[in-house]
Design a protein around this ligand. Structure first.
Ligand code: 3H9
Length: 679
């Protein structure tokens, strides 16, 4: 019998309840209500000796329904349903496969027996959503695996494989037929809540706590999760449960949890192409990468690790040989650390090509050469001569016009941008840049390739700097204005780091090297309108040989890899001269003003990008900034930040940056950005 959300069948004398609520069998109000009905039937029918709860489709249960968290809790509440399972006089087992996460694992912990199929992933990832488990996870899990293991799992949100879960006592058995094995194990009731927490050395607990705090950067949810787990050993079950629920409800209502939920859905929405671009992707198995520099090497590593065959082409024989050795060593190291399958090395699907004909077998060619239009056009001319028909031709440019690059070929319909971020084997962001000339299925191919690399692929239109660099440029420019207006680099950096950025803009600039921006600015100098506000500090520093960290000095000075606490006299003198040249009377900028101006610059640019169609949806911008530019995930990206601000205050901030920018400022349509609800 199907009840919508739950399918019941009777096998012998056991009631099998299969949760059937695509896509991930989340424990929505409907499913919870059906579970209550199922328990009533189990109690009422004498012929039934117990029940097995399982999930239809690819997983057991992906957790509570995250979409419900923006609404008031709806009865029956999950903790109450789980209490009913425990109180049921007949035994209930959980048969797990695929994913058993969050509320899904909590449901399994309230059962008397747990059996998992090989390949099941189990975990309580609530902290990644700014929450703690809210249905007994913090109280039941330590009763099975001890406080320190529970702190590690709940405090970091780490997911366990089936065997690891069995070794910890979280599941009773791993079996290919989990339902059958669970039925065989249905015997006496074994309530987890009645078990004693196994004793442990205090040192172990302290170490687990410190590790989770460090991994979770001390965020409120992590601290609350650790406190809740500690309660399990100190308080009676009912009291620990009540404290857990109170902490869960308080966190659920926090802006941080709302921002993390927004990111969860934004990351998934980014995978969906607009209707006009939906088409079957082209098949990609062999990838050619042009250029064995830092970027090419990183892309090659990511591509090999995802199981593709790679041809790495470089005209420089020394660089080529070195690249081969480096890649072999890096992959061996990763395999030894258990991060990739050792089979990827035997044999490593890497070919080093000395000539252009080496790229002929590739389904996808990725150019990663010097960022210069003329150089790239020349390379694409060669690619056009040697790539097979139907191959996708991608450029890793970070801001150049992709159609101008595509025009160097006779097949612009096959050209797209794949903008990786450095180091490409580590950074999770990939901008997939589509052009109006691209064939149907090209964007889909780029997105599918990104997904196979395990990246957050985000679609962008072909506008200068695409999404990320365009917004970052507006932000960085505003930060430079603030130097001229009265702030020192360390004040700007400190304010933005306190907001949550991994690094402030001047620390980032020093780290990536000031010379790239110097080159670009110098090339633009002749054509720059004199009325455009331009802060010449970076150029002045570069002219003094201060190119950033690699030369031992930039905005900061460096010793033993550490930057100085503040800027030195040279930098201050350069900034003071710039202020004086513009006739600015310097004033103190408070951290709050620094943050609001920097963010308003991002928000305004985001509004422009949305209006111009370079961004397909507003939330894509948040995915880009969080995964590529160190924007704090717990704030949900600039669009989410803007949507939580007072509208009038935000408009005033944009007035401020308009005044600070002066000539040429373009105001983005803020209303569009704040209210857009595209899927
Ligand atoms: C919790 O449980 C709190 C409790 O402690 C307390 C209760 C009182 N809810 O990721 P995918 C959607 S907190 C709603 O691409 P995969 C997702 O949006 C929860 N929707 O698939 C997407 O929709 P669309 C703790 C959810 O196969 C679709 O499912 N749980 C949920 O790569 C497919 O998602 C977690 O944090 C949800 N819980 O991976 C686990 N989960 O197609 C979060 C997914 O419209 N989920 N959706 O874009 C996951 O880690 C992965 O989704 C999972 C499947 C591994 C399950």
């Amino acid at each position: 019998m199907t009840m919508g959300g739950l399918t019941l069948s009777v096998r012998g004398d056991v009631l099998v309840a299969e949760i059937d609520h695509p896509p991930v069998n989340a424990l929505s109000a409907l499913v919870r209500a059906k579970l209550v009905e199922m328990l009533a039937r189990l109690g009422a029918e004498e012929r039934l000796r117990g029940a097995v709860i399982t999930g239809a489709g690819g997983c057991f249960i992906g957790g509570a329904d995250i979409a419900e968290f923006d609404r008031p809790p709806e009865a029956p509440l999950l903790p109450d349903v789980l209490a009913m399972i425990e109180a049921c006089p007949k035994p209930v087992a959980a048969a797990l496969h695929g994913a058993a996460l969050g509320g899904g694992l909590e449901l399994a912990l309230a059962c008397d027996v747990r059996v998992a199929e090989p390949g099941t992933r189990l975990g309580l990832p609530e902290v990644t959503l700014g929450l703690i488990p809210g249905a007994g996870g913090t109280q039941r899990l330590p009763r099975l695996c001890g406080v320190s293991a529970a702190m590690r799992l709940i405090g970091t949100g780490e997911r366990l494989g089936a065997e690891a879960a069995r070794a910890l006592g979280v599941v009773d058995e791993v079996a290919a037929d989990a339902v059958g094995a669970a039925m065989a194990r249905l015997g006496a009731k074994r309530r987890v809540s009645a078990l004693a927490v196994p004793p442990e050395a205090p040192d172990e607990i302290l170490a687990a706590e410190a590790a989770a705090l460090k991994a979770g950067k001390g965020r409120p949810a992590v601290r609350a999760a650790l406190a809740a787990v500690r309660n399990a050993a100190a308080l009676p079950f009912a009291e620990g449960l009540a404290a857990e629920r109170a902490a869960f409800l308080a966190l659920r209502a926090s802006p941080e949890a709302a921002a993390l939920r927004h990111m969860f859905f934004a990351e998934r929405a980014a995978q969906r192409l607009p209707a006009a671009l939906r088409a079957a992707p082209r098949l990609v198995e062999e990838v050619a990468i042009i250029g064995a520099g830092t970027m090419g090497l990183g892309i090659a590593q990511a591509t090999l690790e995802a199981g593709f065959g790679v041809v790495l082409f470089d005209t420089d024989a020394g660089k080529r040989a070195q690249a081969g050795e480096t890649l072999r060593a890096r992959l061996a190291e990763r395999a030894a650390a258990g991060r990739i399958a050792p089979a990827l090395l035997s044999p490593l699907r890497l070919t080093l090509a000395a000539g252009w004909d080496g790229i002929a077998p590739a389904d996808l060619v990725i150019e990663a050469v010097f960022e210069d239009l003329a150089v790239k056009r020349e390379v694409f001319g060669q690619i056009d001569l040697h790539a097979k028909p139907g191959a996708v031709l991608a450029t890793n440019t970070s801001y150049l016009d992709i159609e101008a690059i595509a025009a160097a070929t006779a097949r612009p319909q096959d050209v797209l941008g794949l903008h990786f971020f450095s180091p490409a084997n580590v950074m999770k962001l990939l901008e997939v840049v589509n052009t109006p000339s691209a064939a149907p299925g090209l964007a889909a191919t780029g997105m599918a390739f990104g997904k196979r690399l395990g990246k957050h692929a985000v679609l962008c239109g072909n506008g200068f700097g695409f999404l990320g660099n365009r917004i970052y440029n507006a932000y960085r420019t505003q930060c430079e204005f603030m130097l001229e207006d009265g702030a020192w680099p360390e004040e700007v950096d400190a304010a933005l780091e306190a907001f949550g950025f991994a690094m402030g803009p001047f620390t980032v600039a020093d780290l990536s090297g000031l010379d790239i921006a110097w080159r670009m600015r110098t090339s633009q100098a002749a054509t720059r309108d004199a009325r455009v506000r331009h802060v010449p500090v970076l150029e002045a520093l570069c002219e003094q040989g201060r190119l950033g960290r690699k030369t031992g000095a930039g905005y900061y000075t460096y010793a033993n890899g550490q930057h100085s606490a503040g800027s030195d006299e040279v930098v201050r003198g350069t900034i003071l001269a710039a202020s004086a040249a513009r006739g600015i009377v310097r004033r103190t900028l408070e951290p709050a003003e620094i943050v609001r101006r920097a963010l308003a610059a991002m928000v305004n640019e985001a509004a422009l990008l949305l209006a111009e169609g370079v961004a397909a949806r507003a939330s894509d911008i948040d995915v880009v900034l969080v995964h590529g530019y160190g924007f704090p995930r717990f704030r949900g990206g600039p669009v989410q930040w803007a949507r939580t601000q007072d509208r009038a205050a935000l408009a005033r901030d944009i007035d401020l940056i308009e005044a600070a920018t002066g000539f040429g400022f373009r105001r983005g349509p803020l209303d569009l950005l704040l209210t857009e609800t595209l899927p």
